[in-house]
Design a protein around this ligand. Sequence first.
Ligand code: NAD
Length: 445
Amino acid sequence: MTLHPTTGFTSTDAAAIVSRLRATFRTGRTRPLAWRKDQLIRLRDLLTEHRDAIADALHIDLRKNRAEVDTMEIGGTLREIDDCLAHMDTWLTPRDVPVPVLLPRGTTARTAYEPLGVTLVISAWNYPVNLLLVPVVGALAAGNAVLIKPAEHAVATSALLAELLPRYLDNDATAVVEGGAEETTLLLAQRFDHIFYTGNSAVGRTVMTAAAANLTPVTLELGGKSPVFVDRDIDLRVVAERLVLTKFTNAGQTCVAPDYILTDPGTAVALEAALTSALRDRFGQDPQASNRYGRIVNERHFDRLTALLGSGRTVTGGRTDRADRYIAPTVLADVAADDPVMGEEIFGPLLPILTVADLDAAIIFINDRDKPLALYAFTGNDTTRRRLAAETSSGGINFGWPMHQLTVPGLPFGGVGESGMGHYRGPHSVETFSHRKSILDVPLA
Ligand code: NAD
């Protein structure tokens, strides 16, 4: 069942949907592994049968190119589905726990995952397929009913998924509600058994406040500024290539995109040249004409980003075209810590370079700010690796290839502090969307 905002979504509608999902959950229909797997297979069918339509919608919303859609949006979700299908039997197997001798012989103790009930998944617009469906995979694999709220700013993708999902999934146990703040507020007034939210931290606070009324647990997948430390005496050609490939994917609108670079003054100068050359290799002389390069999601974000362009000195890029929502891939040097571009998560194609004297100064700089979702470092030095891992805190730390932590299915994904709470993907999603129940069985005689 899908409700579109233009139909006038009300709190009565929200209550009715949640109560229908709860009634289904109570029948026990979502518990058998066979039902869960069937839903995942249906989701896989949806993605494979509608690849082209999904790619078209993502092109309209964000000018995503086909390779990016195939690998990150559809591919990433399919990999998650396949990983779950291959391993969920094992993940969900109850685990025995040793029993102390003070209990009678024959006593058993174990833990078993039980589904939570009715879950709500709220997605952000920047990867509107992956960020919506990967949590849904976890919620279904764990045996829950799910209310699915796509991201309204990815207008075409939201509409397409709202049309397709009900054609594939069990409509008594899942529902899609499109809409923005107004509709989501009505949903959040309902009682859920888990809320999984991806987006900015201001709304994260709103979600958590609403959840508190019902003691509903939340997973908050938020963002923040993910720093990149670049050590001296390393091959900057490789560094620049990898930074360009990741920072400027989806025009920088990625929660784990490198946000800014910290390096020493000498390396900064060499990196400026390396980045300029890597950008030309990837997007040509005119990135606006490159089919590899995306667009800013809407005018509001375009205006926000262009206001940040005045920070520092523009090394390369800087060109904008509002009618096309285009901002050139831009490198800014001589950026100061109090420049506007450092005042918020950039979430766009601007890459500032800041200089620090050494590793100690970099660690202080990082620790003086909110805990990032990701911390990246390029270094050939083991001590530097160890120190960064031990002396800073972030959702994840990655040496050598930004964003590629997402390609390892066994790694949990999530933030810490201001970058979020909880984590998901694979077995970590099962953990998130389940209650781990303890079961003790003592013989009567
Ligand atoms: P967004 O505008 O799509 O908002 C996210 C969701 O919140 C949407 O579904 C929207 O309908 C809902 N929403 C908006 N206002 C609301 C309100 N007042 N009450 C209730 N719900 C409301 O996305 P965004 O916030 O612009 O996303 C960008 C941010 O998300 C960045 O900070 C980025 O780093 C972060 N992000 C994090 C991850 C992650 O996995 N950790 C992934 C993507 C984006």
